[in-house]
Write a protein that binds this ligand. Structure first.
Ligand code: DX5
Ligand code: ZN
Length: 222
């Protein structure tokens, strides 16, 4: 059985209070932090890069008893270029977009060489079958449930057959969903077989984030 993992997207946090807000969601039960790196090329938006990860790492040292996994979602046009920087800044996982590279296997090798876990993401229009030939080499498959680029968008339930197919074929794979996840949409994602739940707006903008985190976790488990 795969474990339920909640990965709040820091894109929805108040950047002026990033450390405190992340500490709160981790204290509230989130095991990962989802770090959305956007370059203004692969997606029509710019967010932040390695320096933010370096700062945040000081709040969550890697040698802590329960280290927080930094789940870096690289929405960038040239994913080969940033592996070293993200590794040095303290990233743990490097999820690149299948659409952004011509040579996924070579990129996977580089990511592993720098000691990072490998994730591969597919945009809504990309068939999930694209991941099958490389699946043995990856730690996580990310099925986007919105067009990448912005937080606060509407969950696309029509992506659930992709999750279902991936889960049927790969019972032990970490399957992540990202975009529009919250109390109203988690049932569909959990039923389809997702176990790593990215949630930005629904967690960081909640009155009681713990209640949302608990709800997401329990639903994945049930
Ligand atoms: C979208 C990002 C998501 C986003 C999720 O491009 O990859 O991680 O921040 O935000 P919500 O949960 O608000 O849809
Ligand atoms: Zn993301």
């Amino acid at each position: 059985m795969v474990q339920p993992i909640i990965s709040p997207s820091i894109l929805a946090s108040d950047f002026a209070n990033l450390g405190c807000q992340c500490k709160k969601v981790v204290d509230d039960g989130a095991q990962w932090l989802h770090i959305d790196v956007m370059d203004g090329h692969f997606v029509p938006n710019i967010s932040f890069g390695a320096p933010i990860i370096t700062s945040l790492r000081k709040v969550f040292p890697k040698d802590a008893p329960n280290p927080v996994f930094f789940d870096c979602h690289m929405m960038v046009a040239d994913p080969e270029r940033w592996v070293e920087d993200i590794a040095k800044a303290g990233g743990d996982g490097y999820t690149f977009h299948f659409e952004a590279t011509d040579d996924p296997l070579k990129l996977i090798k580089t990511i592993k060489k720098f000691g990072l876990k490998v994730g591969v993401a597919v945009k809504p229009a990309t068939p999930v079958e694209s991941l099958f030939p490389i699946i043995d080499e990856i730690d996580l498959g990310l099925v986007m449930t919105v067009e990448p680029g912005f937080g606060g968008q509407k969950f696309m339930p029509e992506m659930m057959p992709k999750v279902k197919l991936l889960r049927e074929k790969y019972p032990k794979l970490n399957i992540q969903v990202d975009g529009g996840l919250g109390k109203e949409t988690i049932d569909a994602a959990a039923t389809a077989g997702a176990n790593v739940i990215v949630a930005g707006t629904s967690v960081f903008k909640a009155e009681v984030p713990k209640e949302v985190i608990d709800h997401l976790k329990t639903t994945v488990n049930s």
